[in-house]
Every structure is written in structure tokens, then in C-alpha cells.
Design a protein around this ligand. Structure first.
Ligand code: FE
Length: 346
């Protein structure tokens, strides 16, 4: 097993490879360093099989989508990842063969809803769920400190004590720890109850990173910020949410609300299907095609995507274009699907 951290900074990207079969994965690649990654892969004579983001990042633009375009590697992320260009959504416990290595994915939400850790041999890549003597913040949109505590205690801390912990970030110059050391020495977790942890995380009141909106929405949508005029955080927070069951009841009435699906065509016709009667307008073309929705800007409209994240962006855009009664389907097609509500596939 060949393992290298490639960024030499606070934000970590790991190259993991099978030396026998010359196959590699990159974990949490950063867009600013694509040239370096391609050079290292070529120098080491490795073929990039897959790129994995342990979660949707808020502090840097991901390189996953561009690396996939350039190399043909597959993008792997958790089922809850909002972006459209994920080639395969991994489930808890799923494995991936990388030559002679076996990677096992663990669902470890909390820092974000789509957090995963990757266990391979005696090493676990913990993303921002578990850091060295710390934990990733849980106050970004979709963050959940209680879920994070459960992910760490029930998934990560049940791995053998000697397992090497490699996080996605380190702000204090550390490079590795072990599960045993973190269980005993992590000040946020050692001897802390779940309630105390949740209270501690809520008390941190950390400032938002400078570029969160310039970074987060492009990562969530796989669109460039110059391709779309992304709404501000304040505009996103004003988007009204509608739960799937409530929407299902409204759709039984005549006339029901207009349903606008902002996913890509391949997703609309993919395994999750779409809501009966939904109109497909992908997010990237929404601003230009909003006129197709007819003149009645006061008619109720519900925006839909995979997980409810891209559609929040879309709902804020429609509101800024003058649509007055716009809602977001909370949890998106994933939540709709999980409740067994009606879908069309044609
Ligand atoms: Fe993060």
C-alpha cells in the first residue's frame, strides 16, 4: 500500500495506491493542485481509478469533477452528496477493490450529512468527522453535532486502537494519530456525554470561512461561480421548505403547485425518477429559462433536486427573479423516495 499526503498544508489530500497493480485513488483533492496530482500520478506510474470526497467541502473547491473529466476516474461520494456529477454513491459498509487493497466506506455524518470515512488496512481516513485532538465543526448547513458524536463513538471508535487516523484537516501541524489516542486524549470526546458534546459544539460560535458561498455552492452543484449568480447565505436561509408528505397532499388538489426539477436530464430519468408532472429545467440553465414557467409569478411553485440542496439555490434564484410563492422540497428526491411517495420514470 502506497500512501502520501500531497498538499503539505492544513487541508489534506491523500494519494492511496496499490503498488502491485499501479492503481490509485485520491481522497479530498483540491482544485488548486490538479497539476501537482497529475504530475505525481505520472511520476509514480499510477492509474487514477477513483476520486473520493469524504464530504461536500465548504473551505476549498473540489478537484473531483475536473480530475474525472481529465482522467476518466470515477467520482465516489455518499448517497447524500448533493452534486450531480457523482458517478457512484457509496453506502455504509460498501467496499471498493483497489488492486490488492480493499477500501471500506463508513457513513459518518455530522460535520455534513454526506460525511464518509474510509477504512483500509490499519488506516482510517476520517474526513472532517474526527480530527486530531478535535472534531470538524457541525454548524454548517446540514451539520448535526449529535449525529457526529454517534458517528465517532459508534463507527470510528469501534475500530482497533492501533488504527492510524488521517483527517481531512489539521490546523496544528499534526499529521497522524490513532483511534486509541483519540479515544483517550481527544478533549472534545474523552469522557464526554452526547449531551455535553452537542452543547460544546453549539457554544463554539465559529466565524464562517471567508469564501463559504463562493466555494460551497459550486461544490454542491458542480457548476462554476461564473456560470451562475449564486444567492447569498441570507437569501438561502429565507427559502421556505416544504416536507415531502405535505407536497404529496398538495399535488392531489387541482390545481396543484408547479413542480420544477432542477437536476440534470440523466438524474431526472435515473433510478430516483421524478415527481409526476414535474418540469425539468437543470439548475445551470434556470435563470435563462425561467420565462418558460409562464407569466404567473404569484402561482405556487416547488423546486426539487436530489437532496434538497441544489433546489434551495434554485428557489432563491427564482425568488430573486420575482417569483413570489416558491418552496423547496425538503430532503429532495432522496427523502421523497425513502417515504415511498409516487414517482415517474418515463
Ligand atoms: Fe469540511
Amino acid at each position: 500500500m502506497l500512501l502520501k499526503e500531497l498538499n503539505r498544508g492544513k487541508c489534506k489530500t491523500y494519494l492511496l495506491a496499490c503498488e502491485r497493480d499501479r492503481l490509485a485513488v485520491l481522497i479530498d483533492p483540491v482544485r488548486d493542485h490538479i497539476d501537482r496530482y497529475l504530475a505525481v500520478l505520472a511520476y509514480l506510474d499510477l492509474k487514477l481509478q477513483a476520486v473520493v470526497d469524504t464530504h461536500t467541502h465548504a473551505d476549498h473547491r473540489t478537484a473531483c469533477f475536473e480530475l474525472a473529466d481529465l482522467t476518466g476516474a470515477r467520482v465516489l461520494m455518499h448517497r447524500n452528496a448533493p452534486a450531480p456529477k457523482v458517478d457512484h454513491h457509496v453506502a455504509d459498509g460498501e467496499t471498493l477493490a483497489l488492486g490488492s487493497l480493499t477500501l471500506r466506506f463508513l457513513a459518518t455524518p455530522g460535520h455534513t450529512p454526506d460525511g464518509i470515512s474510509i477504512h483500509v488496512g490499519d488506516t482510517v481516513f476520517t474526513g472532517d468527522t474526527l480530527l486530531i485532538r478535535g472534531t470538524g465543526r457541525a454548524d454548517f448547513p446540514g451539520g448535526d453535532a449529535a449525529a457526529q458524536y454517534d458517528s465517532i463513538l459508534e463507527k470510528l471508535f469501534t475500530l482497533p486502537d492501533h488504527t492510524v487516523v488521517l483527517p481531512a484537516h489539521d490546523y496544528r501541524g499534526n499529521s497522524a494519530s490513532t483511534i486509541g489516542d483519540e479515544r483517550r486524549l481527544n478533549p472534545r470526546l474523552a469522557g464526554q456525554t452526547r449531551e455535553a458534546y452537542v452543547e460544546l459544539m453549539a457554544s463554539l460560535k465559529l466565524p464562517l470561512p471567508d469564501r463559504i458561498q463562493e466555494v460551497l455552492q459550486p461544490n454542491q452543484t458542480a457548476l462554476d461561480d461564473d456560470a451562475l449568480n449564486f444567492p447569498t447565505l441570507a437569501q438561502l436561509n429565507e427559502v421556505r421548505q416544504i416536507p415531502p408528505r405535505v407536497l404529496n397532499e398538495l399535488l392531489a388538489r387541482r390545481p396543484g403547485p408547479l413542480v420544477i426539477d432542477v437536476r440534470e436530464d440523466s438524474e431526472f430519468h435515473g433510478p430516483l425518477g421524478h415527481l409526476p408532472g414535474a418540469i425539468l429545467i437543470p439548475l445551470r440553465s434556470l435563470a435563462g429559462r425561467a420565462s418558460e414557467l409562464g407569466g404567473a409569478k404569484d402561482a405556487p411553485a416547488v423546486v426539487v433536486c436530489r437532496s434538497g440542496v441544489r433546489s434551495s439555490t434554485a428557489a432563491a434564484i427564482l425568488t430573486s427573479l420575482g417569483f413570489e410563492d416558491v418552496y423547496n422540497l425538503k430532503g429532495g428526491m432522496l427523502a421523497w423516495h425513502d417515504l415511498g411517495l409516487p414517482v415517474e420514470h418515463a
